[in-house]
Design a protein around this ligand. Structure first.
Ligand SMILES: NC(=O)c1ccc[n+]([C@@H]2O[C@H](COP(=O)([O-])OP(=O)(O)OC[C@H]3O[C@@H](n4cnc5c(N)ncnc54)[C@H](O)[C@@H]3O)[C@@H](O)[C@H]2O)c1
Length: 262
């Protein structure tokens, strides 16, 4: 069943990984998609959407540029005839510094993309949706935004802020018909994490990747996209202001040594 027929969607960071998989999944479910990214990867995304029988348009967008995001929302509305769903997904991991050694420029860069890029996207999308009968917004946060141990400090802080932004936005958009939710992926094989997977495959260590979660493997972008498509759809019509964790069960447990407890 196609749940998103005739819906209009905007995806940021759609040139790779989770954003690309989301663009394809939304289009497979019947949506028209404006697939945006700071790189040319969106051209390949649009080609893949067409190959899957869907409709998508590619556009370059740096989410840290507020004016550019505002213009892109306007473009989605004019080209798509409206805007029903936005996936604020673009993000960068930053570098692996100890918290005491993070250069201040690194903090600025990561927060500018991950937090402010999401702020820009949510603000302009919600403004339009509020005055046009509602819509659904999903922001990509991370398990790194829930607690330590899944990324560098600026990255983790940016994702914690995204989770809180989703909560405050959902509450302050009360009564407008706009739902705002976050997804918190665990370890997913994408451009961002490719070095981990390349190293593990080259060294015959794939059994170690994702070994700490009870599903005992890493996730694929399509396993996040399917949850995003659900949140975009009317199947999630009563789901609002939540951070949905999609991590194979990683965050369900305190750390323990396998074999000692059971
Ligand atoms: N891969 C994981 O394990 C994982 C886990 C949790 C959360 N996430 C989050 O998922 C989201 C997508 O990342 P991914 O894993 O698919 O990685 P990815 O690197 O494959 O995709 C991220 C995309 O965002 C784009 N991007 C970066 N900066 C941008 C900017 N300023 N403006 C517009 N686009 C920009 C990149 O060009 C890239 O296409 C990110 O927010 C990331 O933090 C990823």
């Amino acid at each position: 069943m196609k749940r998103l027929t005739d819906r209009r969607a905007l995806v940021t960071g759609a040139g790779s990984g989770i954003g690309r998989a989301t663009a394809i999944r939304l289009a497979e479910e019947g949506a028209w998609v404006l697939a945006t990214d700071v790189t040319d990867g969106v051209d390949e995304t649009v080609r893949l959407v067409a190959e899957a029988g869907g409709r998508a348009v590619a556009a370059r967008l740096d989410v840290s540029d507020d004016g550019a995001v505002e213009a892109m929302v306007a473009r989605a509305v004019s080209e798509g005839g409206g805007l029903d769903f936005v996936h604020a997904n673009a993000g960068i991991s930053g570098n692996l510094f100890n918290v005491l050694d993070v250069p201040m420029e690194e903090w600025s860069q990561v927060l500018n993309v991950n937090l402010m890029g999401t702020v820009h996207t949510v603000t302009h999308a919600a403004r339009y949706m509020k005055s046009n009968g509602g819509g659904s917004i999903v922001c990509t946060a991370s398990v790194a935004g829930l607690r330590a141990g899944a990324g560098p400090s600026p990255y983790s802080a940016s994702k914690a802020a995204v989770i809180n932004l989703v909560q405050t936005a959902a509450v302050q958009l009360s009564g407008t018909g706009v739902r705002v939710n976050a997804i918190c992926p665990g370890l997913i094989e994408t451009g961002m994490t490719q070095p981990i997977f390349d190293y593990a495959r080259a060294n015959d260590r794939m059994d170690r990747v994702g070994q700490l979660n009870p599903t005992r493997r890493a996730g694929q972008p399509e396993e996040i996209a399917s949850v995003v498509a659900f949140l975009a759809s009317d199947d999630a019509s009563y789901l609002n202001g939540q951070a949905i964790v999609v991590d194979g069960g990683l965050s369900s447990s305190h750390p323990f040594i396998r074999g000692q407890l059971f």
